[in-house]
Design a protein around this ligand. Structure first.
Ligand code: PRP
Length: 211
């Protein structure tokens, strides 16, 4: 029997449920979206506002902007163009999954930084903070490596999803416990290139009830 479940996060979606392949027939991404949660113009305003705040707070510093791949790409690209400071830009690729199905709770570094953070102010750029697992682990790691300060700028914050307490310093928008895609956020690697953040229709990720 095929049943539709409502999921609240990618972690939950991948955990313990067999997910059927995404439909492959020709259709636009937009048709898979139930509701737009953050519009393109709102995202643009948030990026500008956060960039201005960062300009004020770091006016006498040269921070390193660290993007956590892959979700950070659109936001880092837009945000960084509102930052009028001399910054280094660096990237890490991390994953909290081993094998892709079950969440391990650990964060696996798939690609490390090519720059030292020792003695530097670090600003991590994220698309979303959900459980807090990724960010708590990376903040601890960068502090251990000698960063002078480590702060987070995230487009989205989903505090209801937290399993580890963490309050990001710079937040674009706080969202409810919904599974969202777009503007960097994916479902099975798709939808990252949507220009807005939206809620995926449940029928897109049908699951088998007894698996
Ligand atoms: C997503 C997102 C954050 C993390 C947030 O990344 O980009 O890095 O999950 O979730 P958390 O607060 O529960 O740890 P993901 O590991 O899915 O990789 P991606 O950026 O390549 O999509």
């Amino acid at each position: 029997m095929i049943t539709h479940f409502i999921f609240h996060s990618k972690k939950q979606l991948k955990k313990g449920k067999h997910v059927l392949p995404l439909r492959t027939s020709r259709h636009t991404m937009h048709k898979d979206i139930l509701q737009i949660l953050v519009t393109e113009s709102e995202i643009a305003q948030l990026a500008q506002k956060l960039g201005q705040k960062i300009n004020e707070d770091y006016h006498d510093k040269h921070p390193i902007l660290i993007g956590l791949l892959k979700g950070c790409v659109p936001f880092l690209s837009d945000l960084s163009r509102h930052i009028d400071l001399k910054v280094d830009m660096a990237y890490m690729s991390v994953s909290s999954y081993h094998g892709g199905i079950k969440s391990s709770g650990d964060v696996n570094i798939k690609m490390d930084l090519d720059i030292s953070v020792h003695g530097r102010h670090v600003l991590i750029v994220e698309d979303i903070v959900d459980t807090g697992n990724t960010i708590v682990t990376i903040v601890e790691l960068l502090k251990h490596r000698g960063a002078l300060s480590v702060e987070i700028v995230t487009l989205l914050d989903k505090p209801e999803g937290r399993t580890k307490p963490y309050v990001p310093k710079y937040v674009g928008k706080t969202i409810p416990k919904l599974f969202v895609v777009g503007y960097g956020l994916d479902y099975e690697e798709y939808y990252r290139n949507l220009p807005y953040v939206g809620v995926l229709k449940p029928e897109v990720y049908s699951t088998k009830e007894n698996d």
